[in-house]
Design a protein around this ligand. Structure first.
Ligand SMILES: Cc1ncc(COP(=O)(O)O)c(C=O)c1O
Length: 414
């Protein structure tokens, strides 16, 4: 979820958590059982549209079997930080990932949050970080940490590239400058104009740092034969936009499309070697569990064998929801048909009422409540995965119709 930046530095109070819980059981829920994309919370079964397991790898038999086998061989958990020792699975992942991305090299760490909090400050040094206003909260946190270590922190808006140019022009060129944003945006689902931004960054000697948590596994390189607008191979936004990795740092994660606890940064080998000492999680943090490492390797195989088919299903289901919203005249910012569909409420509608109706109809979503998002963005977000059934998507559409008839969904023409 992108940060409500003016308050993003404040630690939310326990009261706020209580208030969020009072809105709906969809906050801080305990899930008792999973059956495909259905989940049981207490006595209620709901269809899960809050998961980001876009390719359905979380329940893929081939991946589960590979993970079980690896745990038998390696035990449940490596006991070392990566600097002390990496099971062979790590270099296997880094090599295959570099090949998939077409990147010079890759370094993997447990989460994207670890990467933003460690790699971003290492890249920025005592220079400047420029965070796009709709970027994910964890990028902003990494930028704040970099500021604590001596960098300057600025904010810019993707729809105003001149603002970025003005900021870059006034920055001190003696020190590094790092421009950060989401790839597929975590709220809107939209893909940034990477070539235009990379051009600006190169002109001004800055590094472009892109977090494609939601794009990796979903969007990829495009060619004449791409069966969907996603392109093929799921090799993320840089390849999707036909960009290069020159002065572009791609960050991504396996915890969404690949359903495993691991994240990566694509960098040249010399920088990777530097990060092994400069990024504290490589030295000091516990590693990813073995089953996640094995799930990633098996995920590469499944991606190669069945990825296009899974992305085809994912796109078909997503397009069905988007077409339905269009037919209702309801607004979503999603214009790139990625499986992240944000639905802001129309003014005056109470999220608690909407959440209650969704729960009664058995639809589980990601709620975007104030103060987690600005008041104007209050609403909810649904994510599609290739494991949803047509029947489940049909039911979601009928509940969206009901909400629309109540006037709860913002109008496309408002
Ligand atoms: C764009 C983006 N970046 C980072 C994260 C956090 O990733 P991780 O769980 O790997 O720290 C998320 C999670 O929702 C995200 O959407």
């Amino acid at each position: 979820m992108s940060p409500h930046l003016p308050d993003a530095h404040k630690v939310p109070s326990v009261d706020q958590l209580d208030r969020l819980r009072a809105v709906t059981p969809m906050y801080d829920a305990v899930v008792d059982e999973v059956d495909g994309r259905r989940i049981r919370v207490g006595g209620d079964w709901l269809t899960d549209f809050a998961s980001c397991n876009y390719l359905g790898f979380d329940l893929d038999e081939e991946i589960i079997t590979a993970a079980e086998r690896a745990v038998r061989r390696w035990g449940t958990h490596p006991g070392w930080s990566r600097l002390l020792g990496s099971p062979r699975l790590y270099p296997q992942i880094e090599e295959r990932l570099a090949e998939l991305l077409g990147a010079p090299d890759t370094l993997v760490l447990p989460t994207i949050t670890h990467i933003h909090m460690s790699v971003l400050p290492a890249l920025a040094g005592s220079g400047a970080v420029f965070v796009e206003a709709g970027a994910h909260k964890t990028i902003y946190d990494g930028g704040s940490y970099a500021r604590g270590l001596g960098a300057r922190l600025h904010r810019w808006h993707a729809d105003d590239p001149d603002e970025l140019v003005r900021l870059l022009r006034s920055a001190d060129t003696a020190h590094p400058r790092v421009v950060c944003l989401d790839g597929v945006n975590s709220m809107t689902g939209n893909i940034p104009d990477l070539p235009a931004l990379a051009k600006i960054c190169r002109e001004w000697g800055a590094l472009l740092y892109v977090d494609d948590a939601h794009g990796f596994g979903v969007i990829g390189e495009r060619g004449d034969g791409s069966p969907t607008p996603y392109g093929t191979r799921g090799n993320a936004v840089v390849r999707h936009c036909a960009e290069t990795y020159d002065d572009v740092v791609l960050v991504g994660g396996f915890s969404k499309a690949y359903s495993a606890l691991l994240a990566f940064v694509a960098v040249p080998t010399a920088l990777k070697e530097r990060l092994k000492l400069a990024a504290p999680p490589y030295l000091y943090s516990g590693p990813s569990p073995v089953h996640s490492l094995a799930a990633v390797l098996a995920g590469f195989d499944v991606n190669e064998a069945r990825g296009e088919q899974l992305r085809h299903t994912l796109h078909r289901l997503t397009a069905r929801v988007l077409a339905h919203l269009r037919s209702l005249g309801a607004h979503t910012p999603n214009r790139d048909q990625t499986p992240v569909i944000e639905l802001p409420l129309s003014p005056g509608h109470d999220l608690a009422d909407v959440a209650r109706l969704l729960w009664r109809r058995g639809v589980y979503v990601t709620l975007a409540a104030y103060p987690l998002v600005p008041r104007g963005q209050v609403g909810f977000r649904v994510q599609l995965t290739s494991l949803h059934t047509d029947e489940q998507v049909g039911h979601l559409n009928s509940v969206l119709t009901e909400l629309d008839e109540l006037g709860a969904l913002r109008r496309a023409d408002a």
